[in-house]
Design a protein around this ligand. Structure first.
Ligand code: BGC
Length: 857
């Protein structure tokens, strides 16, 4: 094997360039929640630093979303490098001792459990959370040691795929020690700054109102330079300009059906999306529930005003020009202008308001202004009408609200649609056979009532009113796929290769027609290892160690189909940073997996083994990225990832993740962008464009769809109304597909309305391909159709639902089963031979695969 990894571990020019890019951009992802002027600390001085994230800063979440980096800058180191003097070493050392002991105990517990159950340690890491290390109390002696007036307290939370978070102390809530220490700090220090190094929402109710806290900065998880990025914001080198992409509630119970989420109601088999379309601010605003921090909220070191200059229609877009002025005197800054609309009341039940579009200014200097354009298609007013069923833009008056958060807007226009536009009619699909069990929430109008006085006054003062010309808004006729033909070999006597297709000497169908059924079946599964064992499960990628999988190598010879390498994200590339191989290029065992799961190099590693290095950059986790509200920034970071793929020989990135933040406790929220589908779709499209701007590199948007729960994630059945599916859970994917044509889509683990998504024809064929014109390949999530569920850590007898079936994957349009196993291929062959699957279905999937390979060359 020839590896592209380096044989020297010296830092490369590309690494330096990429680290600089991340540092330059990521400050925009941080959200300033509170500030009385304490921040920034412009002259780096002596500070007392405490909290579990001071030295153990969480750079991103765990599991496949990890990135194994060369080095990580924690907040303590970052501040020190920026010239701050850390005056709390005694306390930090005491916390380190407690941390080390807890983690050592945790690792032995995981290893023992894995051994006892005969399952891979990775699956136990996923399911078993470490206890929060006991945090020492900050004492009078610590204060004496500190001898300074400013304290910084870092609250960190980590989460991972495979398990949900819990509404407990140490996770959603602060621990007693954190509470006590914060009290102590506010009593003993003149200035107290709290940094939230968290991937998702935590309880902030007490903290927000705690006297003696001067500033709260939501750092999020911004990659391996988190410490430097924080230092840049704390010192004022960068003015944080992020805005929340989720609603932070006053109490966990304020989220809809909060206590029925995931394991909380004792049922992880079936998850009922009873809130329907009322997710996030759509719920809080419609139901008149005051959030603690609203969606879209975020402060700055400076202040801004905004004045709407015009609202016009141009073609099928609405364009709003806004003059944004920096009214402060000291700091330059960026502002985000958000446009919401309230749809007309009528037949359709609609939320109080929905995001229609947004834009971010450039850096505006004090006293200066910038005219900013926010533009969005009229299509963004559409919703799903179950009666047709169709996507419609209902007639009536659309109230346009412009501002800087979902709760700080002004009514700036009223736009009329004279007649309902029926954009596209759909087949009656995706319905739930258990729908009789619940009815979606409906807008009770309480939110509207609460805002009535203000709304009426603003409406009365609003003079921009006009009727939209919708004659050019696109109406499409959906043609659902019928039975497809089987391709017979027309070129007998010739041996077609991939080169024949690329050289236009043969069509994809002609090429595929030359494969036997058995060969076709092998094309549709990954490069599986026949004798799978515990740590090989994650090293199935031989060309680029640490990648998540490869496509089959069986046809490299005769058919010249190269292997494609697939590696995780979404916060960069997850590869093994250091591996060893023999002089003949045979990969040797050992090397970092992720998190605490390291695989030491065995003692019998040959002395003359060659060391290889492939260090990747960790970019901000998806939620932090989205918090920048800067699509250009996301595209640039996507391009950076694309360049690293090129450098190390990765073809497909298993990212971005785009599930909706339905509930703050989903273990993977950090990997996903937002509670809002428009933000989600636009961010994923930007990320996709960035990666795919590098020739031959593609993304895999995931997990399609409704993977909003991690407990029992492979066998959980999400029951969702078609309305909520279309308007919330599928919408982000639809935007990303239509704007950026990702190379691949990954189906999710869960069942959707009774059918595994990887087996769901209506989802993968009718919606994704027929309705959205998706041209790429669909793959399973890892081991979705793997037969040995015990091996994956599940007790087969306790399962309510079976795993996904290989045969149905192919039938449904899930072309590739990853990382694949022998039985997957065998099942496909048997199904065709028994008439339970057609050869043309298999050929169709194979053609999607061949087209993908060509795109990646
Ligand atoms: C995750 C995917 C990931 C895959 C490969 C699965 O456990 O759900 O998001 O891409 O593993 O690592």
């Amino acid at each position: 094997m020839d590896f592209l990894a380096k044989t020297s571990d010296a830092i490369t020019e590309m690494e330096i360039r990429h680290l600089n890019t991340v540092r330059e951009l990521a400050g925009e992802c941080l959200v300033l929640l509170e500030n009385d002027g304490t921040l920034p600390l412009r002259i780096p001085g002596r500070i007392a630093l405490y909290g579990n994230g001071a030295r153990h800063t969480v750079k991103g979440g765990g599991g496949s979303g990890e990135v194994n980096t060369r080095n990580d800058v924690n907040i303590c180191d970052g501040l020190e490098a920026a010239g701050f003097e850390i005056a709390s070493r005694g306390w930090l050392d005491r916390y380190d001792a407690s941390y080390d002991a807890t983690i050592a105990e945790y690792i032995s517990k995981v290893e023992a459990t894995a051994e006892e159950r005969g399952v891979p340690v990775t699956s136990v890491y996923f399911e078993m959370a470490p206890e929060a290390p006991v945090m020492p109390d900050i004492t009078e002696d610590d204060c004496a040691e500190a001898a300074c007036d400013t304290a910084i307290f870092v609250i960190s939370r980590d989460s991972t795929e495979g398990r949900d978070r819990t509404p407990t102390k140490g996770d959603y809530y602060l621990t007693d020690e954190e509470d006590r220490n914060l009290d102590f700090l506010s009593d003993h220090f003149e200035k107290v700054i709290v940094l939230l190094n968290v991937g998702a929402v935590i309880d902030m109710a007490k903290l927000k109102h705690r006297p003696g806290i001067n500033s709260i900065l939501l750092v999020g998880q911004v990659g391996n330079l988190t410490g430097d990025i924080v230092a840049d914001c704390i010192s004022g080198k960068v003015n944080p300009s992020g805005k929340l992409v989720d609603t932070w509630a006053r109490a966990y119970e304020d989220y809809p059906f909060a206590n029925e989420y995931s394991s909380l109601n004792g049922n992880t088999d079936d998850e009922f999306y009873k809130e329907g379309i009322y997710v996030g601010y759509r719920y809080f605003d419609s139901f008149g529930i005051m959030p603690l921090y609203p969606f879209g909220y975020g402060k700055s070191y400076t202040t801004f005003t905004n004045e709407v200059l015009s609202v016009t229609q141009e073609g099928t877009d609405i364009k709003i020009w806004v003059k944004v002025t920096n009214t402060g005197s000291e700091f330059a800054g960026k502002q985000v202008i958000q446009v919401y609309f309230s749809a007309p009341e009528g037949k359709m039940d609609r939320p109080y308001q929905e995001l229609a579009g947004y834009a971010k200014t450039d850096l505006i200097y004090p006293g200066e202004s910038m005219n900013l354009e926010v533009s969005f298609p009229i299509d963004n007013f559409a919703c799903f009408d179950e009666d047709y069923p169709a996507k419609v833009i209902p007639q009536g008056e659309y109230i346009i609200r412009v501002g800087t958060s979902s709760r700080e807007t002004r009514i700036e226009a009223v736009l009329t649609i004279a007649d309902t536009v029926v954009k596209e009619k759909y087949d009656r699909i995706l319905e739930d056979d258990a729908r009789y069990l619940f009815e979606d929430l409906k807008n009770p109008g309480t939110g509207k009532l609460a805002h009535q006085a203000v709304d009426q006054a603003q409406l009365a003062a609003c003079s921009r009113r006009f009727t939209l010309d919708v004659s050019r808004v696109r109406r499409s006729i959906i043609r659902y796929r019928g039975v497809s033909e089987t391709h017979m070999d027309q070129r007998q006597g010739e041996t077609l290769t991939l080169g024949s297709v690329i050289g236009r000497n043969a069509g994809v169908a002609e090429f595929v027609a030359q494969f036997s059924l058995e060969e076709l079946a092998e094309l549709l599964v990954g490069n599986y290892i026949r004798d799978i064992d515990e740590d090989e499960i994650f090293s199935a990628a031989m060309h680029v160690p640490g990648a998540a999988a490869e496509t089959t190598s069986l046809f490299e010879g005769k058919r010249r189909i190269p292997v494609l390498v697939l590696a995780d994200g979404p916060a960069g590339l997850r590869l093994q940073p250091h591996f060893k191989a023999t002089r003949n290029g045979d990969l040797l065992r050992g090397g970092e997996v992720f998190g605490f799961n390291k695989n030491p190099f065995p003692e019998d590693t040959p002395a003359d083994a060659i060391d290889y290095y492939q260090y990747c950059t960790m970019i901000p986790a998806a939620t932090a990225l989205a918090s920048s509200w800067n699509l250009n920034l996301i595209e640039q970071l996507g391009h950076l990832v694309g360049e690293e793929m090129e450098e190390y020989g990765v073809h497909l990135w298993l990212a971005p993740g785009m599930n909706i933040h339905r509930n703050p406790l989903c273990g993977r929220n950090f990997e996903y962008y937002s509670e809002d589908p428009l933000v989600t779709g636009l961010c994923a499209a930007a990320d996709t464009k960035g990666v795919q701007s590098v020739d031959g590199k593609g993304v895999t948007i995931k997990h399609f769809a409704c993977n909003n729960q991690e407990d029992n994630r492979m066998f959980c059945n999400s029951h969702v109304s078609v309305r909520a599916l279309r308007d919330i859970y599928l919408r982000g994917f639809e935007i990303a597909v239509k704007l950026a044509q990702p190379f691949c889509v990954m189906a999710s683990y869960n069942l959707l309305n009774g059918i595994h998504t990887a087996n769901n024809y209506e989802l993968l064929q009718s919606v994704l391909r027929d309705e959205w014109d998706y041209e790429g390949l669909v793959m399973t999530d890892w081991f979705s159709s793997y037969e040995d569920v015990e091996f994956l850590g599940y007790d087969e007898k306790a399962l309510k639902y079976p795993p996904a079936f290989s045969r149905l994957c192919v039938y449904a349009g899930c072309d590739m089963q990853m990382p694949g196993c022998e039985k997957n291929a065998r099942d496909i062959v048997t199904a065709v031979n028994h008439g339970r699957l057609t050869l043309s279905d298999v050929q169709n999937a194979a053609m999607n695969f061949v087209r993908l390979v060509i795109k990646c060359l």
